[in-house]
Design a protein around this ligand. Structure first.
Ligand SMILES: *[C@@H]1O[C@H](CO)[C@@H](O)[C@H](O)[C@H]1NC(C)=O
Ligand SMILES: *[C@@H]1O[C@H](CO)[C@@H](O)[C@H](O)[C@H]1NC(C)=O
Ligand SMILES: *[C@@H]1O[C@H](CO)[C@@H](O)[C@H](O)[C@H]1NC(C)=O
Ligand SMILES: *[C@@H]1O[C@H](CO)[C@@H](O)[C@H](O)[C@H]1NC(C)=O
Ligand SMILES: *[C@@H]1O[C@H](CO)[C@@H](O)[C@H](O)[C@H]1NC(C)=O
Ligand SMILES: *[C@@H]1O[C@H](CO)[C@@H](O)[C@H](O)[C@H]1NC(C)=O
Ligand SMILES: *[C@@H]1O[C@H](CO)[C@@H](O)[C@H](O)[C@H]1NC(C)=O
Ligand SMILES: *[C@@H]1O[C@H](CO)[C@@H](O)[C@H](O)[C@H]1NC(C)=O
Ligand SMILES: *[C@@H]1O[C@H](CO)[C@@H](O)[C@H](O)[C@H]1NC(C)=O
Ligand SMILES: *[C@@H]1O[C@H](CO)[C@@H](O)[C@H](O)[C@H]1NC(C)=O
Ligand SMILES: *[C@@H]1O[C@H](CO)[C@@H](O)[C@H](O)[C@H]1NC(C)=O
Length: 514
């Protein structure tokens, strides 16, 4: 009796296996859905050769199945596909990943893919020509969707940014809708519906209105970008909220450049962003000063506050942000002695841009210890004094602009700057008023110099011979000085030179043209 039962069990198993094995190739219904999708694609494309009805669709190009022969992945990025995206993909019940990025699909994104499909976790349709409306959620829909990653960036969507849709997107972690033409507000429902968002990129759209304070309900946000829109109002303090579980706010990347944001940076709130690496609020009408508490942002790598309405002295604590690589404070109303900031700990600094402010003092010696500095722009401020020989420490310096300040001793400046071996752009005009153009043959070096401007300084003397050795020079500006004497014939030997401006001097002769 017992042996018989075992035999029966074995027979059952064999029967079961023989039923299962043909099913590991794709099911008819899924094949049908894929072929339906294929009919939406224009031309015969690259797919028709592989996507043939008589073959197993698990073997088709771009298709992945699981062990049970169910289609789980459709990966058709960069295949030159044109046409529209068929809603039939939503009929594939085990589908998890859909990647149609970098094609030329046009038309809309079928609502079925976002809303009624049961299983899609990752939907990437970025870099296509999709347009029209992004499907808004049908009103009575309340079932939670599994979607975690939605990348609809770099398309041509121009509708109002949906708001109800997010109600069912509890699992959404990444939403990239950048580089479209979405209009309307950032919906306040977004972070209520999708509280798990870690990455939200809405930049380069036409969004307006305030940043809703509900963004604070996205307590896992690491990346928040909405630059190049028409947003107004202030940065809501809820953005700075610490998460309930962790002591600190998780934000690493906070970026709202080129909007209409107003108000001031609130020091007491800003300190909570202890994970912040990038702060970009450039191109807004933000006013007030940079709070001292910025010194607590130990992970800060990029600070972009250029083209705002900010004023006051730079906080000395800026020198504590040891990871800073980029400081951009140009076109503001910052004032006071730059020497208040000790730059010597900023060993990672690559770019410092303070153009068009009212900063004063000499160039702080501490800047010369930032040995990685490649770009330094101090133009249009009130700096004075001589350039220190220590500038020669800046071996990576390739861009230096000191234009429109009150620096003195051009002879010394050129002698010390020639040790910056990598300098390719040197703009020192509107300084050194009424000094003599150095004619000293010992000004050598500048092997990489391509753009030299010493304009508008009322320099006296002649066009010096040392310029003839700058064989890589492309642009030379000497206009609005008081240079006399003949135009040297060697000017012809500067093979790379394509722009020479010597207007408003008292030179004689002709510019030889060959
Ligand atoms: C989609 O494919 C492209 C190209 O292979 C790739 O860069 C991108 O990361 C993929 N998207 C997702 C969500 O994996
Ligand atoms: C779309 O976004 C996802 C999530 O950030 C990313 O993994 C994927 O690489 C992006 N797609 C492309 C083509 O960059
Ligand atoms: C969003 O997608 C665009 C491409 O469309 C990409 O450049 C950008 O880096 C993405 N955003 C994030 C935060 O990954
Ligand atoms: C924005 O989208 C256009 C068109 O799809 C694309 O050519 C461009 O590279 C995108 N820009 C970014 C920053 O991704
Ligand atoms: C959103 O966050 C606020 C605190 O900033 C909290 O009072 C509110 O209950 C949160 N809303 C939801 C729906 O979680
Ligand atoms: C710019 O800041 C000043 C204070 O420094 C303030 O009086 C003025 O209203 C601000 N302008 C704008 C456009 O916000
Ligand atoms: C700047 O800080 C360094 C130490 O990081 C110190 O040695 C130096 O004296 C300081 N310079 C000034 C001008 O305070
Ligand atoms: C010199 O400057 C150029 C750009 O002008 C840059 O590509 C190169 O890496 C620099 N070299 C060094 C040693 O910094
Ligand atoms: C310019 O600096 C050099 C070198 O330090 C010095 O010898 C010279 O006297 C200075 N010239 C003026 C006008 O101060
Ligand atoms: C010509 O140069 C002098 C300085 O040498 C300057 O003061 C004057 O403004 C310049 N004129 C024009 C028209 O730029
Ligand atoms: C040369 O400089 C003068 C200023 O003296 C300016 O008006 C003119 O536009 C400049 N020419 C070129 C070609 O840049």
């Amino acid at each position: 009796m017992r042996a018989f039962t075992i035999l029966l069990a074995v027979l059952q198993l064999v029967l079961l296996l023989s039923l299962v094995s043909p099913a590991t190739s794709c099911a008819e219904q899924e094949k049908h859905a894929l072929l339906q999708f294929l009919t939406g694609i224009l031309g015969d494309g690259a797919l028709t050769a592989s996507w043939r009805h008589e073959t197993d669709c698990c073997e088709w190009e771009g298709i992945t199945c699981n062990g049970d022969g169910a289609v789980t992945e459709v990966s058709l990025a960069s295949r030159g596909l044109e046409g529209c995206i068929s809603p039939s993909l939503a009929d594939i019940t085990s589908l998890l990943h859909v990647n149609l990025s970098h094609n030329s699909f046009s038309g809309g994104l079928p609502p079925e893919l976002m809303h009624s499909s049961g299983s899609i976790i990752v939907l990437d349709v970025s870099f296509n020509h999709l347009n029209g409306l992004l499907p808004e959620l049908p009103y009575l829909f309340t079932t939670e969707r599994p979607l975690q990653v939605l990348n609809i960036s770099s398309n041509q969507f121009s509708s109002k940014f949906p708001s109800a849709t997010w109600k069912v997107m509890k699992n959404l972690i990444v939403l990239n809708a950048s580089n479209n033409s979405f209009t309307g507000h950032i919906p306040s429902s977004l972070c209520i519906g999708s509280p798990s968002l870690a990455l939200l990129d809405l930049c380069h759209n036409q969004l307006n209105g305030d940043i809703p304070n509900t963004v604070g309900n996205c307590s896992r946000l690491k990346v928040l970008k909405a630059g190049n829109n028409h947003l107004s109002g202030i940065l809501p303090i809820e953005i700075f909220r610490a998460t309930p579980q962790k002591k600190n706010n998780l934000l690493e990347y906070l970026s709202f450049p080129n909007n209409g944001l107003q108000g001031e940076l609130d020091g007491a709130h800003m300190v909570k962003l202890s994970n912040l690496a990038i702060l970009d609020l450039g191109g807004n009408p933000i006013s007030g000063n940079i709070p001292q508490s910025i010194g607590h942002l130990k992970r800060l790598e990029e600070l972009h506050l250029g083209s705002n309405n900010m004023s006051g002295e730079l906080p000395s604590s800026l020198g504590n942000c040891k990871n800073l690589k980029t400081i951009d404070l140009k076109i503001n109303k910052f004032s006071g002695d730059l020497g208040k900031v000790n730059f010597s700990a900023l060993q990672n600094l690559i770019s410092l841009d303070l153009m068009r402010n009212s900063l004063s003092g000499i160039i702080p010696e501490s800047i010369y210890s930032c040995s990685n500095l490649a770009a330094l722009r101090l133009s249009a401020n009130h700096f004075h004094g001589e350039i220190s020989p220590r500038i020669g420490n800046l071996k990576h310096l390739s861009f230096l602009s000191l234009v429109r300040n009150s620096f003195t001793n051009i002879t010394k400046a050129l002698h010390v700057l020639k040790s910056c071996r990598n300098i390719s752009t040197l703009l020192i005009g509107k300084n050194f008023m009424n000094e003599a153009m150095p004619e000293d043959e010992a000004i050598v070096g500048f092997q990489n110099l391509q753009y030299l401007s010493m304009h508008h300084s009322s320099l006296t003397g002649t066009i010096p011979n040392w310029l003839s050795k700058l064989t890589n020079l492309k642009i030379l500006s000497l206009f609005s000085n008081q240079l006399t004497g003949p135009m040297p014939s060697w000017i012809n030997s500067l093979d790379q030179l394509f722009c020479l401006n010597v207007s408003n001097n008292s030179l004689t002769g002709e510019i030889p043209i060959t």
